[in-house]
Design a protein around this ligand. Structure first.
Ligand code: OOG
Ligand code: NI
Length: 301
């Protein structure tokens, strides 16, 4: 990716990525391995397929709030997804030009949790009496970048975090990590052969000791066979809670996507294939398993 700090979008994307890269060691580790193998010359050559955010479905927050930032910067709201078991809703957003990543935003259906878990979430979010994005100049990339890293609510106690974790791994992740970039995604199909196939790419990852999410199998494949996805298991960071207690909890992770050429464009020469010729959007069954990249079961594996 190459975000020349020109548009507000370039600016806040680059602020987000900078912080994310410093917090998720696998990002640099993977880039360095790709450079060492001569697959790419620098991070700028990696095509970012999409980025993702997680939100809480409570008044003034959630997708309806966060999406304003992206809609004001040329993104278009696309298809909805629903995850019954995980109690989540999601949408994806198409970028203004193929130079930018797609965005996947999910939201916890807080009203579907137990009253105890809801009470913990509301204890921290009820003080927010207006949409915080409304107070933001959405054309000021610097301000947006800062906003996405600014805690909107206080850090919970370890007991509260653990109670949420028991019931919803997603709730626990968001209450601590907030709007921090959840993952960026390497477009594997854009790499040189044979690493443009997810299976070969994953072998490279495993050879450098990157731990992959195994939920539903390492490679998650869409029903049409055209969208293949894998992801790392999030690193565990020792963090401090409001009561001074500490615990090792999941941070953000890295994803890998292989988008195959749509059947109607199968006749195109490899050199003529552009983004619009490949499978677009997301797949609920793949996503359902990718969420688990931050789950205790994967982390403790
Ligand atoms: C998002 C999981 C889904 C995808 O590409 O389908 C996803 C998350 O973990 O918040 O990233
Ligand atoms: Ni993703």
């Amino acid at each position: 990716m190459n975000f020349n700090a020109q548009t507000p979008l370039d600016r806040f994307m680059s602020i987000l990525f900078e912080r994310y890269m410093n917090n998720v060691p696998d990002v640099k580790k993977i880039t360095e391995a790709l450079i060492a193998k001569g697959i790419i010359a620098s991070q700028d050559e990696i095509v970012n397929d999409h980025i993702a955010f997680r939100t809480l479905g409570v008044p003034h927050l959630g997708m309806a709030s966060l999406e304003k930032i992206f809609l004001a910067n040329g993104y278009k709201k696309m298809d909805p997804y629903f995850f019954k078991e995980k109690k989540l809703d999601a949408y994806w957003y198409a970028p203004p030009t193929p130079a930018y990543p797609r965005i996947f935003v999910s939201e916890l259906r807080v009203q579907d949790l137990s009253s105890e878990a809801q009470a913990i979430i509301h204890k921290y979010t009820d003080g927010i009496s207006a949409d915080p994005v409304d107070g933001l100049d959405l054309q000021d990339g610097e301000a947006v970048g800062e906003f996405l890293h600014k805690p909107l609510w206080n850090t919970p106690t370890k007991a509260e975090y653990s109670r949420l974790l028991q019931e919803s791994e997603y709730a626990a992740w968001v209450i601590y990590n907030r709007y921090y970039l959840n993952h960026y995604t390497i477009s594997v199909h854009a790499l040189q052969s044979p690493y443009n196939k997810l299976e070969q790419f994953n072998q490279l990852l495993e050879s450098i000791g990157v731990k992959l999410n195994t939920s539903g199998g390492v490679i998650k494949t869409s029903a049409d066979g055209l969208l293949l996805q894998s992801s790392t298991v999030a690193p565990v960071n020792e963090v401090e809670f409001a009561d001074g207690e500490t615990m090792a909890i999941a941070g953000s992770y890295v994803e890998f996507a292989e988008r195959r050429v749509l059947p109607q464009f199968a006749h195109l020469d490899a050199g003529d294939v552009a983004r619009e010729h490949r499978r677009d959007g997301f797949e609920a069954n793949n996503a359902d398993k990718i969420f688990e990249s931050t789950y205790t079961e994967q982390i403790n594996r």
